[in-house]
Design a binder for this molecule. Sequence first.
Ligand code: NAP
Length: 259
Amino acid sequence: MDGIPLTTLNDGRSVPRFGLGVYHVPPADTARVVRTALELGYRHVDTAQGYGNEAGVGQGLRESGVPREDVWITTKLDDGRHGDPRAALAESLERLGTDHVDLFLIHRPGDRDVATWRTLIDLRDAGSARSIGVSNFSRRGVRVLIEATGVVPAVHQIRANPRTPHRAMQAFHRRHGIATEAWGPLREGRLTTHPTARRVADRVGATPAQVLLRWHLDRGLIAFPKTTSAARLAENLGVAHVRLTPRDLRAIDRMRRRP
Ligand SMILES: NC(=O)c1ccc[n+]([C@@H]2O[C@H](COP(=O)([O-])OP(=O)(O)OC[C@H]3O[C@@H](n4cnc5c(N)ncnc54)[C@H](OP(=O)(O)O)[C@@H]3O)[C@@H](O)[C@H]2O)c1
C-alpha cells in the first residue's frame, strides 16, 4: 500500500499499519466490499470467526486477483472455541480458502487462556497462523500468558481512538515489544463530527476521518476502519497522503476524555 507505513512485529514479520475491518459487514456484501478495497489498494483485512463473513473475505480476495501473499489477513478465535483453537482455525482456513492466516488472535479472554495460548503457539510453529496475538485482554492477562509460556503476543488489539487512547496500555505494550492494534478508530463513525477533527481537517485540506486515521498511524497504532461504502473506502485510504504537523497531532491528542 503506497504511503502506508509498516510495523515490524516481535516475530520479525511486517504488517501494513492500515487496513479494512469487516465487523458488521453483512456476509452477502463482504466479497464486494473486500474486492473493492483490494482493487483500491488495501492490503490488510481484519475479520473474525464471530463476524460470520470469513467466506466473503476469501471470495473477495480471489475475485480481486491480488495474490494471497500480498494481503495481510487477520482472524480471531471465537469465544466458544477456546477449547479447540486448532479445529476452529482449520474451519476458518476452509472458509477463507487459504492455507494460513497472517494473524490469529484470541478475540476475548476466557477461563483457560494459557492452554489456548499454548495451542496458538503450536499453530504458529506449524505455519497455519503466521503471527499470533490477543484482543481485549487486561495487562495482567497478557502478563500471565508471557510468564507461563515465554512467548509474547505479537499484537494486542484493543479499543483505542483519540477519545480513549489507553496510553498506559500502549506503554505496557512498548515495554514488552507488543504492537497495538486499535479497533473502533473512528468510534464507530461518531468522531468524524467532532469539532477538533473538523478543524484539523480544514487546516490540512483533508476529511475528518482522514486526519483521525492519520493520527493513529503517526502515533504508532495499527487501524482498520470499517465501511461498506466504496467512496468511504477510497476516502479512508487517502490517509496515506495526509500529513499532520506536531501541532495537529497535539490538537487531536487533546480530544482525549478527561480521566
Ligand atoms: N477485537 C474486537 O473486539 C473488535 C471489536 C470491534 C471492532 N473490531 C475491528 O475493528 C474494525 C473497526 O472498528 P468498528 O467497525 O467497530 O468501528 P470504526 O471503524 O471506528 O467505525 C465504523 C463506522 O464508521 C463509519 N465510517 C467509516 N468511514 C467513515 C468516514 N470516512 N466518514 C464517516 N463515517 C465513516 C462506518 O459507516 P459506513 O459503514 O456506513 O460507512 C461505520 O459505521 C472492525 O470492523 C473490526 O475489524 C474488533
